[in-house]
Design a binder for this molecule. Structure first.
Ligand code: UTP
Length: 287
């Protein structure tokens, strides 16, 4: 079975970016000139996803507007003969089929995913978290889909991180099965360095089987009074094979200010129109 649907939870409050996120969603903050959410939706599209379900909340309307047609803007660009910009704007609204579900209260990531149950149905699906942006020759989710085609079980993306940083992540315990693929036996949320079962950190890309919905429905509130996805995943892995896939590519944690800054600089340097001049400018800084 192919994975055609993706869930994109975007109902969090984005407190780490306040005050920028007081009246605007974190997902709409731009890296250079493109909102963060668009990078991730492009990854979904390039990986063969046909339908994205975005979980939104109050104050997130600009996400819907961004992926919608903008008649006034399009007419204006057309009248002024700005064809390239017109095509750019139109390509965003024509990208992919998107549905929106409102999570009325931010009750946690597990709860946000559960909000998509009625639209996903009884099929495996992908989950993308907008805080992780992966720059890779083959999109991260496309790499995971290959592993899915072979094994047809739940898969989460993992990244090797230094032991100094393990306590910022969910970490897997597992056994290596083949190149880049691990069979997960347990996962621990933000372990102390000495308690971490490995240096393989979970990042925001998942392929999940629909059984997760029944599990999340029964999952009690955990850390922070929220329904935690990790708690649901730990239950799922007791009954099913569950794999970790070590993807190829560079990941930026754009949910943190430092990750956001790193991605901004590196993406700008890679741009043909901006990179050369920006590189020269950086060289002039007295660091
Ligand atoms: P985070 O824990 O990063 O929270 O959520 P956040 O609100 O986005 O940002 P900070 O930490 O306050 O700065 C991880 C992902 O889960 C979504 C968020 O939108 C983010 O994509 N989420 C979280 C929901 O959709 N609903 C929730 O109730 C919680």
């Amino acid at each position: 079975m192919k994975i055609k649907t993706a869930v994109f939870p975007a109902a969090g409050l984005g407190t780490r970016f306040l005050p920028a996120t007081k009246a605007q969603p974190k997902e709409m903050l731009p890296l250079v000139d493109k909102p963060m959410i668009q990078y991730v939706i492009e990854e979904a599209q390039k990986s063969g996803i046909e339908h994205v379900i975005i979980i939104t909340g109050r104050g997130k309307n600009s996400i819907e507007d961004h992926f919608d047609m903008s008649y006034e803007l399009e007419r204006n660009l057309e009248e002024k003969g700005k064809t390239e910009l017109l095509e750019l704007v139109q390509s965003v609204s024509n990208m992919i089929t998107i549905s929106y579900v409102r999570q009325k209260e931010a009750l946690g990531l597990g709860h946000a995913i559960l909000c998509a149950k009625h639209l996903v149905g009884n099929e495996p699906f992908a989950v993308f978290l907008g805080d992780d942006i992966v720059d890779a020759d083959v999109p991260c989710m496309a790499q995971m889909m290959k592993a899915w085609d072979k094994h047809q079980c739940s898969i989460i993306a993992v990244e090797q991180v230094s032991m100094e940083h393990v306590s910022s992540y969910g970490v897997i315990a597992g056994e290596k099965l083949e190149d880049r693929l691990y069979k997960i036996s347990d996962m621990v949320e933000k372990p102390k360095r000495e308690d971490a079962p490995s240096d393989l950190a979970i990042i925001g890309r998942y392929i999940l089987t629909p059984e997760i919905f029944d599990i999340l429905e029964k999952t009690q509130k955990g850390a922070g009074g929220e329904i935690q996805l990790t708690d649901g995943l730990r239950t799922l892995l007791k009954t099913q094979n569950f794999y970790g896939y070590q993807f190829e590519g560079n990941r930026y944690d754009t949910g943190s200010k430092m990750g956001f800054l790193k991605a901004t600089v590196e993406f700008a340097l890679k741009r043909e129109d901006l990179g050369p001049e920006f590189r020269e400018y950086l060289k002039t800084l007295d660091l």
